[in-house]
Write a protein that binds this ligand. Structure first.
Ligand code: ADP
Length: 722
């Protein structure tokens, strides 16, 4: 057999795979994990391709093949596609894929011990193992922990014949979901005719097999989850693996419980709060094809599924699908790419689909499955605007008379109200009354936010915080620092004045950080122990509160500020979702939105309940401006420790731009956050006609600039804002 070369990709930021010789006695295949030397280190990488060893180039040998399930050809292709499209090195994408197995032990099997019942020499320590070491079988370390002895005692006892040893998989497998467990036939929710038809359409896609994308477009509470469960059930029935992506904040116990009610088991989880052992378990079970149902946040898309047959992207419009650091990518878009590479079905679900997905559905690229109504007698909430010019709140207040009245009415009838403001803390700005200075983050151009509950001033960009100072740090005047504007804490304080006796709770990432706390708070809300919930965007996603009948939006204009071309779309989406929390079950809900801009297209369309009007107006203006989905955008951020050099580097990069038709380059300019964690930032915006391959253009351009040490250049394809 001729000698072979293996190209090995390592999980590091280098542009290409490296060549290694395959030793004659070793057999490797693309996708396999192997150890190979880099410098003095042994590093784990993946074989991306094999070729014949011609010539007499001297190459280092692969050291060892790792006994881990190899990546599939489609996974390798997905890695390289993701890298190309988002203009990053494939090694960085591989790092996302491998993140969890970095810490994994070499073997998938481990020794487990069980008492043998045979006679052996018993010591007090060994007696402890028998008395307290169980349940058996278990690993030596677990037994030792429980018994309060060393692991050596356990092993010694096995040698003496007191314990039997067997090798079992390191990770317990996940229970297999049962597609019929909570179906209508088994006493589950009986779908309406419309829901059934929608479910049938999804099932048909899966039965047909191959690549398809369906946009499941249904008002809040229409039963989209119940409908895509039909698709999930069909895919599982056929032995395929299913991934359901949800926005990270929606990954709560309540949502996992819904899966359990429908499929009889909790799905395999994947999110940032998982511990190493849980992460490894999900990774391996997914790779082996044994985990059939995975529910995860965006990075679950880069798990190495063995036999993926359906990806659902729930709340597909959600901004949290965009990863903004490291590999900058949009998991919704990449889910569609993965589907086309691996030939499986993709379902995008939302009550407020992104304009990109809507246009794809209307032009026939995606199947459009519409659920226009809530099931049964449940109606959508009535949305009205409160023009703050006509109803200004009392001086120093933020809640207007109509919101107070509506809340009182709801409380009198024993129902619940929610006040929504997407601002954590007490006040977004702290100003000195004496000298006019604002409290700033030390190394970042952003204001500190007052958090009164903890007595601290915090930077929401970097996480910096300090105790609230007594005096102005600048002019040293005592007690001169004044909060400006409202955060949820301040609204709660005001609500306590307006609604004495009401039970008020704040729901934000500050008050409910961990899953257990979130679950407890949701329970209290569901069981009516809370009268008024004051929440940030955390409350928007996927929670159904049966007695919540009024939603008041404190600042409907909040998302409209700034230069983001999607500001109107985002505002519309968020407010539909927030209002959609009101009036589930059989109670009609209402929503009031306070605004200074009642004529803004997004807000007036909301009040008129006319989604179509908003969409056509928004699409028309995007088309005129050549913005997505009619044109393409890319952002470039150049950052570094010296402001002048950063500016010069950005200018140099612009001067190196290849000439091409249909491309406009704007900038460099200073972004809203001009300095972040001590690094100065400059931004360049690239606008391209739809026919341009913008990723390719950016890759070619990027290669022309050598970025000095300590400086960084990030490309963001289709940035969320600019
Ligand atoms: P969406 O995902 O569209 O917001 P969900 O699937 O979460 O909607 O459904 C909203 C609520 O209505 C859930 O509590 C769900 O169990 C319930 N529901 C949906 N369809 C039906 C139905 N046909 N009969 C009774 N309840 C339903």
């Amino acid at each position: 057999m001729p000698a072979q070369i293996a190209q090995i990709l390592f999980p590091v930021n280098v542009p290409e795979a490296f060549d290694y010789a395959v030793p004659p006695e070793m057999s490797v295949a693309p996708g396999q994990f192997v150890f190979a030397p880099i410098g003095k280190q042994m590093k784990l990488g993946v074989v991306t391709a094999l070729k014949t060893h011609a010539g007499d180039r001297v190459l280092k040998d692969i050291a060892q093949v790792k006994q881990t399930k190899a990546l599939s050809a489609s996974m390798l292709k997905f890695i390289s596609w993701t890298a190309d499209y988002n203009c990053v090195s494939p090694g960085l994408v591989l790092r996302m894929v491998m993140r969890s197995i970095k810490a994994m032990d070499p073997s998938e099997m481990v020794a487990h011990y069980t008492p043998s019942g045979a006679a052996f020499k018993l010591t007090p320590a060994r007696q402890l193992v028998l008395d307290k070491g169980g349940p058996f079988p278990a690993r030596a370390s677990e037994i030792a922990d429980r018994a309060g002895v060393s692991a050596g005692v356990v092993r010694g006892m096995a040698n003496a014949g007191g314990l039997v040893v067997e090798t079992l998989p390191v990770d317990a497998p996940f229970d297999t979901p049962d597609p019929d467990y909570g179906s209508a036939a088994n006493g589950g929710i009986a779908l309406t005719d419309e829901q059934m038809a929608a479910g049938e359409e999804l099932r048909a896609q899966i039965i047909r097999g191959g690549f398809s994308v369906s946009l499941l477009d249904g008002v809040t509470g229409a039963g989209k989850t119940e409908v895509y469960f039909e698709g999930v059930a069909e895919a599982i029935k056929r032995g395929g693996q299913v991934l359901v992506l949800v926005p990270e904040i929606a990954l709560t116990q309540a949502s996992l419980s819904r899966f359990k009610a429908r499929f009889g088991v909790e799905p395999a989880p994947w999110h940032s709060a998982l511990g190493d052992a849980q992460r490894r378990r999900t990774w391996r079970e997914v790779a082996q094809g044994r985990a059939k149902l995975v529910v995860g946040a965006r990075s679950a898309l880069y798990l190495p599924f063995d036999n993926l047959s359906l990806v659902v992207v729930d709340e597909e419009h959600d901004t949290s699908y965009k990863q903004e650091e490291g590999v900058i990518y949009n998991a919704r878009d990449m889910a569609v790419v993965r589907g086309s590479i691996a030939a499986h079905a993709v379902v995008l679900a939302s009550a407020t689909p992104s304009l990109e997905s809507l246009v794809n559905a209307r032009t026939g690229r995606y199947a459009h499955i519409v659920l226009p109504e809530r099931p049964g007698a449940v109606t959508l909430p009535d949305i009205d605007l409160v023009d703050l010019k006509d109803f200004p709140p009392e001086k120093g207040d933020f809640i207007s008379a109509p919101l107070i009245e509506a809340t009182n009415t709801v409380l009198a009838s024993g129902d619940q109200a929610m006040l929504y403001l997407n601002r954590r803390g007490y006040a977004p700005l702290i100003i000195c009354r004496a000298c006019g200075e604002r409290l700033k983050s030390p190394d970042t151009d952003s204001w500190l936010v007052e958090h009164r509950a903890t007595g601290r001033a915090r930077c929401h960009m970097t996480g910096f915080s300090m105790p609230m100072p007594k005096a102005c740090p600048d002019c040293k005047t005592d007690d001169s620092l004044t909060p400006v504007g409202p955060g949820v804490e301040r609204v709660a304080e005001e609500a306590a004045r307006h609604f004495p006796g009401a039970r008020i709770e704040i729901f934000s990432s500050d008050t409910a950080g961990n899953p257990a706390e979130i679950a407890a708070r949701m329970k209290r809300m569901e069981s009516g122990e809370i009268d008024i919930l004051i929440g940030t965007q955390m409350v928007v996603k996927g929670h159904n509160f049966p007695h919540l009948t009024f939603v008041g939006v404190v600042d409907g204009d909040l998302g409209l500020a700034g230069g983001d071309p999607r500001a109107g779309e985002r505002t519309y989406q968020t407010l539909v979702q927030v209002a959609g929390r009101a009036g589930r079950a059989d109670k009609p809900g209402t929503a009031l939105i306070q605004t200074h801009q009642p004529d803004h297209e997004a807000l007036s369309a909301l009040a008129a309940g006319d989604r179509e009007r908003f969409i056509s107006a928004e699409l028309a203006s995007r088309e005129m401006l050549g913005l997505p989905p009619y044109g393409k955008l890319a952002g470039v951020i150049i950052s570094g420790p010296d402001v002048k050099k950063t500016e010069a580097l950005a200018k140099k990069f612009v001067s190196l731009a290849p000439r091409a038709d249909g491309i406009d380059i704007l900038g460099p300019s200073e972004p809203p956050i001009g300095r972040l964690r001590g690094l100065y930032r400059r931004r360049i915006l690239v606008q391209a006609e739809a026919s341009v391959n913008l990723s390719k253009y950016m890759r070619v351009w990027r290669k022309k600039l050598r970025v000095p040490a300590k400086y960084k250049l990030h490309i963001d394809i289709d940035p969320q804002g600019f």
